[in-house]
Design a protein around this ligand. Sequence first.
Ligand SMILES: [Zn+2]
Length: 375
Amino acid sequence: MTILPDLSDLIIEQVSVTNGVTVTVRAASPTACCPCCGTICQRVHSHSTRTLRDLPASGRPVHLKVDVHRFFCQESTCRRKIFAERFPSLTLPRVKFTLRLQEALREMGFELGGEAGARLGKRLSYPGSPDTILRLVTQDQLPTTPSPRVVGIDDWSWKRGLRYGTLICNLEDNRPIDVLPDRSVQTISAWFEEHPSVEIVSRDRSSEYAAAISKGAPQALQVADVWHIGTNLSESVQTLLARGLAEIRRGLQIQATPEQEPEETEPVLEEERRPARSHSVKLAQAGRRAQKLDRYEQMVELHQQGVKAADIASRAGIGERTVHRWLAHDSFPETRRRRRRPSLIDPIRALCDLTMARRVSYWLTALSRTHSPRL
Ligand SMILES: [Zn+2]
């Protein structure tokens, strides 16, 4: 790593070190190339000083003061009469950061995002606001992969819970290739038709993706990705264990108190109830209830032995507030089914499709935060 950026086309005239480092430079060549017509020009119009920020040196900010010549373009047919000389190895036109500083900030943005990147940069004497860092990230070009062979596709959230697209990655170099606006069969199959080089596609178990790949890339082998296999396996094992635990409890009949139906504090309208739960969801609920009952019984036993609440929480693997709350009950506190809260869009819910209703709900929530006195 060099202390200074590439100054091969420049001459260093002065270096001053105070709280920061300032390097004064000027162009080595007396001529410059017109950016419009390419004519090499030497008639100087004027001078100006351009200040660039560079990577910090030992925690000190580094400034480059560049003496910039402005030239007359000598080509009579050129529409640019005057132009400022450029330094393509150092920076871009009308940018106040050197190329290598822009690259460093872009990497910060990719790793940390705008706000956290700017906070870290400030501590390390890197300039750049959160917006600047995000702009550098969005300006970065996706790598071009003309003939991808092994790709992976999955959901991409444009707005979580509201709008989803599809992210396509090249699995041979683990880089993104494209982001599609939605996850419809038509859009995805069209993409695969434009990329006939694809031989293997890794995907989740979505029937939409399966249909799109079969339509757009019938030659490709479809495989399940490792993450979804692991997730599905984990969910299946949890369900199996929950079912086994529930059956053991029923067989041993060790219920401390008779089962009680959850109390309904007030009547719930039929249309407010959630959709009926599937068999697997009910099994998972039974498993969670059995685990909770285990902890409750363990807590009661420890409490009767005189163990303090903090120690009970530590041994039973629950929070201390939960211990106090459960002790306040005379019996096992069953989980009540939650009622959906009234929403601002209830009056128009029947008029909208579900996606639009969620979008309206989002807008109204955002509006109510900024204009709450009006709503
Ligand atoms: Zn010109």
